[in-house]
Design a protein around this ligand. Structure first.
Ligand code: NAD
Length: 476
């Protein structure tokens, strides 16, 4: 299959590989294993026109039951191709195979959920003062441009595409340049499932090359973006010119709060997964760990012990917990945070070094003694680095957690349910988990406060956000 995945997928077939070829480097061995040609303005225009054509010539008016059936079929095809899809993502960005398989299956579940959910929305009938009959309709927007990152390349592409298609829109998807393969397969599977050519277009290229054109294209009615806060700001500024709708899922610097009355062994043993999974390249990573002072020393010791058990290694090995970082540049960026902490006198309580070569590997790293103004405490590192600090009282804790431009995710550990709810209400964050770290559910809304974004992926909220609300009034 790999051989045909060489360029964008437009109007039901692979485009000619005319643009400059971009090498895909396996971060586990630093060697090129494939090349995909970059699309240009020509591909973006052809994709947008094809998507609008597919939408107008039937996709928008397909009865919901038929649309649901096609989307179910696409979910079946994703499941049938899961091993291959997982291998592509694992090789492209270093994710351990087992995790990559889980991500692909989550993608299939996302399509299945929206295949059902699209049958649920209904409008209102409103008793307006002047009589007559007033009712609302939810209608698709048209063409939605979806721009996604490399860290969860398959799942996040599905989070965007599934509600958009389910609501009756066409989609232009731009995967990150590190990880285009799963998206290209998805384009092909959509045709096999029976979706019309053009309903799902895949444009491979760098965001800096085609991003602006996609966002400002006159046929694009909404941009659904997941990525860094800086690029998100750029997307929003450009989209504002034409009042193009946006949904933005951006960076995070989430807290893991552990009160002294918590189940300390559970909290400490699950803490490494909450920050180091995906080698820390996770917008939800709980990288600021705050522990109530009486439990601090014991938690830290147990957390380090649990971290020591993580196996850093080849993503193709089923026993691996942490693969390499996505690229040389990403590892260097993470290492700068560690060097900065070290030279400022903070303690590297675990890790901080490279375990093996070749490959962009880095050991999980635990820093203690970080101050509120430190870069490692304030900024999103996007690598396997956690800072742990003690706190003394609840109001100080809430001030500290909220003293961040971000507000995406977080966890609270305590046996006192009243305190858990009180603290959860005060933390400025779109998603929180209590006595666990599960913050992503296909059926529930996911997204951030403040600089972590605008709008929500997943759940019924995302389906609704792929529609316009229309009100119709009939005279008495
Ligand atoms: P990024 O912002 O560099 O890139 C994201 C996507 O935007 C890529 O497809 C990229 O090609 C594209 N892009 C880059 N420049 C663009 C431009 N000028 N115009 C349009 N598109 C452009 O982010 P990344 O490095 O791929 O991903 C890491 C970031 O994503 C982190 O900040 C992480 O927190 C965030 N993220 C957020 C969520 C969430 O749901 N909140 C989920 C995953 C990742």
């Amino acid at each position: 299959m790999l051989d045909e995945l060489r360029a964008s997928f437009i109007n039901g077939r692979f485009a000619p590989a005319n643009g400059p070829a971009r090498e895909l480097i396996n971060p586990a061995d630093e060697r090129s294993f494939h090349a995909v040609s970059d699309g240009t303005a020509r591909e973006v225009n052809a994709a947008a026109e094809g998507a609008a054509g597919a939408w107008e010539s039937g996709w928008r008016d397909l009865p919901p039951g038929d649309r649901s059936e096609l989307i179910h079929r696409l979910a079946n095809l994703i499941e049938a191709n899961a091993p291959q899809l997982a291998e592509f993502d694992s090789r492209s960005m270093g994710k351990p195979l087992a995790a990559a398989r889980g991500e692909v299956l989550m993608g299939a579940r996302t399509f299945r959920y929206y295949a059902g959910a699209l049958l649920m929305p209904h409008g209102d009938t409103i008793p307006v003062a002047r009589g007559g009959f007033d009712f609302t309709l939810r209608q698709p927007l048209g063409v939605i441009a979806c721009i996604v990152p490399w860290n969860f390349p398959f799942a996040i592409a599905c989070w965007k595409i599934a509600p958009a298609l389910a609501a009756g829109n066409s989609v232009l998807l731009k995967p990150a340049s590190f990880s285009p393969l799963g998206a290209l397969v998805l384009g092909k599977l959509a045709i096999e499932a029976g979706l019309p050519a053009g309903a799902l277009q895949i444009i491979c290229s760098r965001g800096s090359e085609v991003g602006d054109l996609m966002i400002t294209h006159p046929l694009v009615r909404k941009v659904s973006f997941t990525g860094s806060t800086d690029v998100g700001r750029h997307v929003m500024e450009l989209a504002a010119r034409d009042f193009t709708r946006v949904s933005l899922e951006l960076g995070g610097k989430s807290a893991n709060v552990v009160f002294a009355d918590a189940d300390l062994s559970k909290a400490a043993e699950s803490a490494p997964g909450a920050v180091f999974d995906n080698t820390g390249q996770d917008c939800c990573a709980r990288s600021r760990i705050l522990v109530e002072r009486p439990a601090y020393e014991e938690f830290l010791e147990r957390f380090i012990e649990a971290t020591r058990k993580l196996r850093v290694g080849d993503p193709a090995d089923e026993a691996t917990d942490l693969g390499p970082l996505v690229s040389r540049a990403q590892r260097e960026s993470v290492e700068r945070f560690i060097t900065d902490a070290r030279t400022s006198g903070r303690v590297i309580a675990y890790g901080g070094d490279r375990p093996r070569a070749p490959g962009y590997y880095l050991n999980p790293t635990i820093i203690t003694g970080a101050k509120t103004g430190d870069r490692c405490w304030r900024e999103e590192i996007f690598g396997p680095v956690a800072c742990v600090r003690p706190f003394d009282d609840e109001s100080e804790l809430i001030r500290e957690v909220n003293d961040s431009p971000y507000g995406l995710s977080g966890s609270i550990w305590t046996r006192d349910i009243s305190r858990a709810l009180r603290v959860a209400r005060r933390i400025e964050s779109g998603v929180l988990s209590i006595n666990c770290h599960n913050s992503v559910h296909v059926e529930a809304p996911f997204g951030g406060f403040k600089h972590s974004g605008l709008g929500r992926d997943l759940g019924l909220a995302a389906l609704e956000a792929c529609t316009e609300l229309k009100n119709i009034y009939i005279a008495p």
